[in-house]
Design a protein around this ligand. Structure first.
Ligand code: 5AD
Ligand code: SF4
Length: 469
């Protein structure tokens, strides 16, 4: 029961990945029974949380800039006789908690990603002792069981099944900030999915830093693969669409390919970061695969699901990257036929091996390579999207669109689709006739009068999605 009557205001600023968005939503859920409701305005908030991400550039600088601003609000609130508690969460808190406490002593709680279920306790302690709380232990197994179920009312809901990573790519902080790879037991995952579906989520996005390394303990005493888990999730009443991310190319196995072949609810999309098209650079990154192996992983999934849309991340300007290495990345980007890809300039993360490597690439070179790669990626995305012009695609309308009168939704292939539709249609899966393809989205119109029965529309399109390309 939510005692919203107490009317305390909670402000959360979230950086980074979907994992963080999920965690922020769980923190809001855990605070709701204490009388906190969320606000977009930090002024006058009773509690402000900055949920940080260590992957993006200048994460620590941005955090201290945010904290500086929040401190102003904190002082204003104190002057008015109130109190604003400040908390820092996420990967920067995990990696640099002591530094945060030192440089920003006005912060009340600093906690790593595995401690969120104890947030109410930390707040109580901060209020009682006034000294500030620092909690950055890794007790991941407790966390999921202790967090409340996600709130209802989302049509596409995230579900974290795995956290942490043991791969130690030389550019990446995740193994240090999120700790060792941990897979949630199957029973808890299925129970949470059931609650999400009952709450109206017809799409479930299965999340993990390295989600296809999933090996959760099954009720049968066996360790379940991601492919097997996806099969069981698909069987849950109300689950019409399944997605998962992020995957590691090395961990693409038969179970996952089989799921793409046999599980109709599993959407034809995979985010499979390649990072580079050069074997030499991949080795220096400690990715543990070569370009040929990456292509084989893609081929294997495509053999199972021929219309699969493949997405990637790339890093340009990794230490030692030559023009020849970069040309190999452009070649990979041109030839795989990516539906979508993200590209980043390499940015040294303190404490990671690559930060100390010789051959750091000058900024202007990185910038030029990024622009070149982004141009190739935009071309590829546009070509992929153009193939849908004139077709009807089933779109799950999940939120308001950019313009009034528009809704936003996703195609099975993860394309963003904008369509003129009434707000009452949110949550439905409808056929959209694609009229125009851009490199980052599709625009279209409702293909047919939509049945008033939501279930009917959803069922029809779940069947459609198998036969789009
Ligand atoms: N520099 C640039 N990009 C990075 N990524 C991770 N660490 C770094 C870094 N140090 C990118 C990778 C990853 C994505 C989430 O962020 O491409 O797949
Ligand atoms: Fe980071 Fe992903 Fe490599 Fe793990 S596999 S170290 S999360 S880039």
């Amino acid at each position: 029961v939510h005692r919203r009557g107490l009317g305390k205001k909670l402000y959360i600023k979230t950086y980074g990945c979907q994992m963080n968005a999920y965690d922020s939503a769980r923190m809001a859920d855990i605070l709701a029974p204490l009388g906190f409701s969320q606000t977009d305005d930090p002024a006058g908030a009773d509690l402000a949380i900055v949920n940080t991400c260590h992957i993006r550039e200048k994460a620590t600088d941005k955090l201290f800039a945010d904290l500086g601003r929040l401190r102003g609000h904190q002082a204003a609130k104190a002057a008015a006789g109130g109190r604003m508690l400040l908390a820092v969460a996420g990967c920067v808190a995990q990696a640099e908690g002591a530094e945060v406490r030192r440089r920003a002593p006005f912060v009340d709680v600093v906690m790593g990603p595995q401690a969120y279920h104890r947030l109410p306790e930390f707040l109580a302690r901060a209020v009682r002792d006034g000294g500030g709380v620092l909690e950055t232990d890794f007790a991941v197994d407790e966390k999921f069981d202790a967090l409340p179920a996600p709130a209802a009312g989302q049509f596409s809901a995230n579900l974290t099944v795995q956290e942490g990573c043991d791969k130690f790519c030389t550019f990446c902080v995740v193994p240090y900030t999120r700790g060792a790879e941990y897979s949630r037991p199957v029973a808890g995952v299925l129970a949470e999915a059931g609650r999400l579906a009952q709450g109206g989520a017809s799409e479930i996005v299965v999340l993990g830093q390295n989600v296809n390394a999933y090996h959760g303990a099954g009720p049968d005493g066996e360790s379940w693969s991601l492919g097997r888990l996806l099969g069981a999730l698909a069987a849950i009443d109300g689950v019409r669409r399944l997605r998962y991310m992020t995957s590691h190319p090395l961990e693409v196995d038969d179970d996952l390919a089989r799921a793409h072949r046999d599980v109709a609810e599993l959407m034809p999309f995979v985010h499979l970061p390649a990072q580079s098209g050069s074997d030499r650079i991949l080795a220096a990154m400690n990715r543990r695969y070569g370009v040929a192996q990456y292509r084989r992983a893609v081929d294997r999934l495509r053999a199972a699901r021929p219309d699969l849309a493949v997405s990637s991340d790339f890093i340009v300007g990794f230490p030692g990257e030559t023009e020849t290495d970069f040309a190999a990345t452009l070649d990979l980007a041109r030839t795989v036929g990516f539906a979508q890809a993200y590209a980043f300039k390499y940015s040294p993360r303190p404490g990671t091996p690559a930060a100390a490597m010789a051959g750091q690439v000058p900024e202007p070179v990185k910038a030029r390579r990024l622009a070149e790669l982004l141009a190739v990626v935009a071309e590829q995305q546009l070509a992929f999207n153009r193939a849908f012009e004139g077709r009807d695609v089933p779109v799950l309308l999940d939120r308001a669109g950019r313009r009034p009168g528009q809704l936003h939704g996703r195609s099975p292939h993860m394309q963003a689709v904008h369509v003129a539709a009434a707000p009452a249609m949110l949550g439905r899966t409808v056929a959209v006739r694609v009229e125009r393809a851009l490199s980052n989205s599709l625009a279209g119109r409702l293909a047919e009068p939509v049945s008033a029965r939501r279930g009917a529309a959803v069922r029809a399109s779940a069947a459609d999605s198998g036969a789009i390309l």
